[in-house]
Design a protein around this ligand. Structure first.
Ligand code: G3I
Length: 449
């Protein structure tokens, strides 16, 4: 539907827009002072910096000293996987997972649960199941484990590595996939029901640039958002060797534009360019407002699953490597994030009053910026929305996603597209755009229909 047609069709519903209130807050991460740990440096821009942790190493004081000092998030490397948590059908063992959780909780770190369903590290009894019996066992596993940890897990990797490598962009064959293509959404729905406050993530590898595999996952997430399947975040493992794809940041950004948070979840980098690539990956996350944190997959090189490749930030003695300094410096340099919030009340004389608010995050660099605009419905569902932004002179929109626009400069009106016009009460939709020039405050206003 084009903009003119859509505006006309909604005119019957919305007859007057009467009040506008404006508030703005500005967060300039670039003004942050230099922090001396990864966690503190990441916190300056509201992000976490985490590590995968192994319960068996928590008695090693070198390991726990670095863990406690540097990190603000923890992922259990193996302890919350299916083989560890349900070694026999219906018999659960959370001893090791609880050890990781307790270490994190005692030092104020958030926990990423990893992973409720995966084709690897399944207990033998599950590997021998198929069809509806496996489906039932898998969903029961999600429900029971997420219920056990309810309220204690910040984010769950609900499903791990379900897409195939290679050019097709489709699902990986596995016993879980053979239970039916809807196994992933069934898992997400079960996880939401079991722990409504945990963020629910899909996590995968070789998805670090725009490629067939990441595009297959992108299509799944877009479909889930369109059908209200509960998904909040996408993890990019980022097991890298010597380089990072040139479109790494753009790939993160295109997922974020679907209305999910993104995280770098299992970062490790081998090779001669290790230091530079660590810096580059960190800056990419900082440049994407919805990239909420980075986790490295282990603490010291000797803790890594990549034996002999030394892909982490600390050497075997727990000393900081040059890669550590590159990451810390990048975190301390920050990104520039601007947040503005505008509240608009729309009065209708038609069928139902609808209100909405709009807020904008702007990430700027010399000569350009990316804006992400969040539209939130008030107490009534939106059938559609219209957002107005004010671009200063010399600023031009060059590209946009998830909204139609009235022009490229000055006052621009943005209108929902087919997949994001319907917004339930209290829920949000997003759109975004790229531009040249410099923006401090987009002053977005929202009108609902
Ligand atoms: O604990 C047993 C030990 O008792 C036994 O003696 C030994 C003999 O092989 O095995 C030990 O278990 C190993 C376990 O790590 C703990 O060290 C398993 O064999 C080994 O397979 C397991 O590897 C883990 C791997 O996932 C399994 O696929 C790695 O630690 C873990 O880092 C790795 O993590 C995955 C993520 O979950 C998903 N993304 C990829 C990532 C790297 O492969």
């Amino acid at each position: 539907m084009n903009l003119t047609t859509k505006s006309a069709s909604r005119a019957a519903l919305v007859t007057a827009t009467v009040t506008v209130s404006l508030s703005a807050s500005l967060i300039l991460a670039s003004s942050a002072s230099a922090a001396t740990t990864l966690g503190a440096a990441a916190a300056q821009t509201g992000r976490y910096f985490g590590a995968a942790v192994s319960a068996g190493k928590l008695g090693d004081s070198t390991y726990t000293t670095v863990l406690n000092r540097e990190f603000t998030s923890v992922t259990a490397e193996n302890e919350m996987k299916w083989d560890a948590t349900e070694p026999n059908r219906g018999q659960f063992n959370h001893t090791s997972g609880e050890r990781v959780l307790a270490q994190a909780a005692s030092t104020g770190k958030q926990v990423r649960g990893h992973a409720l369903l995966w084709h690897q590290q399944q207990p033998g009894w599950a590997q021998r199941l198929s069809g509806s019996d496996l489906r039932q066992a898998a969903i029961n596993h999600v429900t029971r484990v997420a219920t056990h940890y309810r309220g204690k897990i910040h984010s769950w990797d609900v499903v791990n590595e379900a897409f195939a490598d290679g050019g097709g962009g489709g699902r990986r064959d596995s016993n879980l996939q053979r239970t039916g293509n809807d196994w992933i959404e069934a898992a997400f729905r079960a996880a939401r029901a079991a722990d409504p406050n945990a963020k629910l993530c899909y996590n995968d590898y070789n998805t670090d640039g725009v490629n067939a595999k990441s595009t297959g996952i992108y299509a799944m997430v877009r479909d889930f958002k369109a059908r209200n399947v509960p998904i909040d975040c996408v993890g990019f493992q980022s097991h890298l060797t010597n380089s990072v794809p040139s479109d790494y940041q753009a790939n993160l950004q295109r997922f974020a534009a679907l209305g999910v948070d993104v995280q770098i979840t299992e970062l490790d980098i081998s090779g001669a360019n290790q230091t530079a690539v660590y810096g580059s990956v960190t800056r990419s996350c900082l440049a994407v407002p919805r990239c909420t944190g980075i986790t490295v997959w282990g603490i010291r090189d000797t803790d890594s699953w990549r034996t002999g490749q030394n892909p982490l930030l600390f050497d075997g003695n727990g000393n900081k490597k040059p890669a550590y300094t590159a990451v810390l410096d990048a975190l301390n340099a920050g990104g520039t994030t601007t947040t503005t919030t505008t509240t608009t009340t729309t009065t209708t004389t038609g069928p139902a009053p609808s209100t909405c608010t709009a807020s904008a995050s702007v990430n700027s660099w010399t000569g350009g910026f990316t804006a992400t605009v969040k539209v939130t419905a008030g107490s009534t569902a939106l059938r559609g929305w219209r957002v107005t932004t004010s671009l200063p002179p010399g600023t031009t929109v060059t590209n946009a996603w998830s909204a139609d626009r009235s022009g490229d400069s000055g006052t621009v009106t943005w209108t929902d597209v087919d997949h994001n016009g319907s917004v339930a009460a209290g829920r949000s939709a997003e759109f975004g755009f790229l531009g040249t020039g410099s923006v401090a405050d987009l002053a977005p206003t929202c009108a609902g229909s």
